[in-house]
Design a protein. Structure first.
Length: 538
């Protein structure tokens, strides 16, 4: 028995809540049953759970949390699955400054504490709770209808072979069908953008990406992993027999447009589902996060009859949403608008969208050349990946067309260097590009629970966490830096000046960097300084 356990059992004996003989017997019985001694003595009515709670809190000088004030529906806001919460018998209370406050009835359960630290990567702040009330809440959590129920999967016969899972078996009684439907519904309820299904040696991990952050929601037994993956592949009309090569597909379920990508890994196929809730799409330039000056510059440039507008940044920074919002704004019967994408992400009425198919030779270059013969006004190229695509896009911009596209670069100035590395001449860069926009997405502070703090004499806000948000944040917005090529920048580019000098000249012209745009939102209370530093890694 650990020192802490000894201290607490001595405390119970000292307070005459139980005698030494009863305690020894209870401890031994609890060990035989594989449960904590606190749980054993409460379940066997040896001591009232309320008295245990107050004794432990007083002995260890720990705060008490009243579970009458706890809502079991809030557990999805924390980076712990319902299964982990029930397994380790802890309740997540709130997260603030990388500290997870938890409630538990047995502070001697070091195994549970270590597991929670490992699963979350957070430090713990312990509160003592009533064991009887804890049990009631854990039972509710285990049966929450908006959480994934692995009991559905346990109904599946392990003797059934995966290839026998036919699409015709799509009945409401089929546990696997119910589990997959529950998975998609749950992700939609939490506004997850992606679902990661990852097989490993001991089981299959399922994670959601919410507001750009991945967190685990549950695990599926390894014996059922192949069947789960096959079900998803059937829904997307992929080849369930092909497990050696990557596959891509698309499906639609309950108002969600879903892109699916499978990739063979050491322990089986990993599947990632990209979710697009059609009912929540808002292609509104006012919702992107531009400040007034940025919005005016953007509107001016996309309203031009010709020129190349490039939106840059890493994967997942919102480039496609910016381009689609621009197309939505420009979409009128007077304009012939076409796109070439890999893949088409949002279907826009009135716009001709082409999905490239490299397997049959339908690539960006071939489609672009065809679109230029289709009397276009505006062309959107999903991504410029090579010199040939860049050359055709620039030629189109120079011959009377408005072209919008994306590049993967860290900032606006680096976009110039990327094009030069593709052997695009400085002359063509200057004559084609109207505007370069670099962007990132940052999480917005929850307006209900954000807390003020002092920063160099200024009041800013930090995340806290409540029932209405996730880790103290709710939704995301964009931050941007703009590069319009003026005379001084053009002179630097033509003189083959290094990028640092071009960047210095750009700053001298009072242009706003990504950090400055983000700090503007920090001062406005939209986001926190720690979030800005996380996104920009500074």
């Amino acid at each position: 028995m650990t020192t802490l356990s000894s201290k607490l059992t001595t405390c119970l004996i000292k307070n005459k809540l139980i005698n030494e003989k009863e305690m020894l017997q209870a401890t031994k019985s609890a060990q035989n049953q594989g449960i904590s001694f606190v749980r054993f003595i409460v379940e066997n009515h040896l001591i009232c759970s309320d008295k245990i709670m107050h004794s432990f809190a007083a002995e260890l000088n720990l705060p008490i949390f009243d579970l009458n004030n706890y809502s079991s529906s809030t557990v999805h806001q924390f980076p712990l699955s319902a299964e982990s919460i029930c397994q380790y018998r802890i309740l997540p209370l709130k997260i603030s400054n990388n500290i997870l406050s938890i409630g538990l009835s047995d502070p001697t359960d070091q195994f549970a504490l270590d597991a929670i630290i490992f699963l979350t990567g957070l430090r713990l702040n312990i509160h003592i709770v009533d064991e009887k009330k804890l049990t009631i809440l854990l039972e509710k959590i285990a049966h929450l209808t908006d959480h994934l129920e692995l009991s559905l999967l346990q109904k599946i016969s392990l003797e059934q072979e995966t290839p026998q899972l036919h699409d015709q078996a799509n009945t409401e009684e089929e546990p696997l069908i119910q589990f997959v439907d529950r998975l998609l519904q749950h992700a939609r309820q939490l506004s997850a953008s992606d679902i990661h299904i990852e097989p490993f040696a001991t089981g299959c991990r399922i994670r959601y990406r919410r507001d750009g952050i991945l967190h685990e929601v549950t695990r599926v037994p390894i014996e059922l992993t192949a069947r789960l993956l096959s079900r998803l592949k059937i829904m997307a009309k992929l080849d369930i027999a092909e497990k050696r090569l990557p596959q891509d597909g698309r499906m639609h379920s309950a108002g969600i447009d879903i892109r699916i990508s499978s990739c063979p890994t050491f322990f089986g196929e990993k599947i990632v589902l990209r979710l697009l809730d059609i009912n929540k799409i808002t292609l509104n330039l006012d919702k992107l996060g531009f400040n007034i000056l940025q919005k005016n510059i953007f509107l001016k440039n996309i309203s031009n009859a010709h020129g190349l507008i490039l939106v840059t940044g890493p994967t997942g920074c919102g480039k496609t949403s910016t381009l689609y919002s621009a197309l939505h704004y420009l979409n009128t019967p007077a304009k012939n608008i076409s796109t070439v994408e890999d893949p088409v992400e949002i279907q826009l009425e009135g716009i001709n969208q082409v999905n490239i198919l490299p397997k049959i030779g339908l690539d960006f270059v071939k489609v672009l050349r065809t679109l230029l013969r289709q009397d276009p006004d505006i062309i959107m190229v999903g991504e410029i990946r090579d010199r040939e695509t860049a050359t055709i896009a620039i030629q189109a911009a120079q011959t009377g067309h408005l072209v919008l596209s994306t590049l993967h670069t860290k900032n606006a100035i680096e976009t110039i260097a990327r094009l030069i590395s593709m052997n695009i001449s400085s002359y063509n860069i200057l004559n084609a590009i109207s505007l370069i926009v670099a962007q990132r997405l940052i999480r917005q502070l929850c307006p209900i629970c954000k807390q003020p703090e002092n920063y160099n004499g200024q009041t800013i806000f930090k995340e806290n966490g409540c029932q209405e948000c996730y880790f103290g944040f709710k939704g995301r917005t964009g931050i941007y830096e703009f590069l319009s090529i003026d005379e001084k920048i053009a002179e630097c580019i033509l003189a083959n000046t290094n990028m640092q000098k071009i960047y210095n000249q750009w700053q001298q012209d009072n242009n706003q960097t990504l950090y400055q745009a983000g700090f503007e939102k920090v001062l406005a209370g939209t986001t926190s300084l720690s979030e800005l530093q996380r996104v920009l890694q500074c």
